[in-house]
Design a protein around this ligand. Sequence first.
Ligand SMILES: CC(C)(COP(=O)(O)OP(=O)(O)OC[C@H]1O[C@@H](n2cnc3c(N)ncnc32)[C@H](O)[C@@H]1OP(=O)(O)O)[C@@H](O)C(=O)NCCC(=O)NCCS
Length: 157
Amino acid sequence: MVTIAQANLDNPRHATGIVDCLDAYAQDPMGGGQALSLYARQNLITGLRAHPASMTFIAQKADQIVGVAVCFIGYSTFTAKPRLNLHDLIVLPEQRGRGIGRALLKAVVGHAEATDCCAVTLEVRKDNPTAQTLYRSLGFGGGSSAMEFWVKPVEIR
Ligand SMILES: CC(C)(COP(=O)(O)OP(=O)(O)OC[C@H]1O[C@@H](n2cnc3c(N)ncnc32)[C@H](O)[C@@H]1OP(=O)(O)O)[C@@H](O)C(=O)NCCC(=O)NCCS
């Protein structure tokens, strides 16, 4: 049986499972195909723990963390309400197609509803029809926004 819960980042089993899932995501073609750096593996949980607006949901099967949804609470000035960003959604490859991704996404949306958020936002690759189908089935839509996602990488000094 799979259960969905908010992660306890002080729990070493949760912490290891989250890092392993995010590493699997990074190595997935939909995550860019490159394993997490040693720095990211070693500092990810400390950083999430220190981040005042992060929240992570985990999917557990027996003692294994099989999926993760990492979210950040933002704020919409135009609606004067919080807005939840789903930053990472990953289910381990061998556990896919069993409803775990949908269950994690429902937990994220449920949390947004329970905390009076105005919306849940996310980014999805144009070549990720699996995730797009899942998102659409729960009411997400996009693709026609006048906005583009821009990035300026910050060099490590
Ligand atoms: C996207 C992802 C999280 C889905 O997790 P999952 O546990 O396999 O998904 P579910 O079993 O809950 O399926 C949810 C829906 O996704 C879609 N889906 C799942 N597998 C699919 C496949 N192989 N082909 C097409 N659609 C698929 C279906 O719409 C499915 O709903 P249905 O079962 O009612 O038909 C998972 O594929 C994954 O981790 N992918 C790599 C990382 C990624 O792309 N993350 C999203 C980044 S935006």
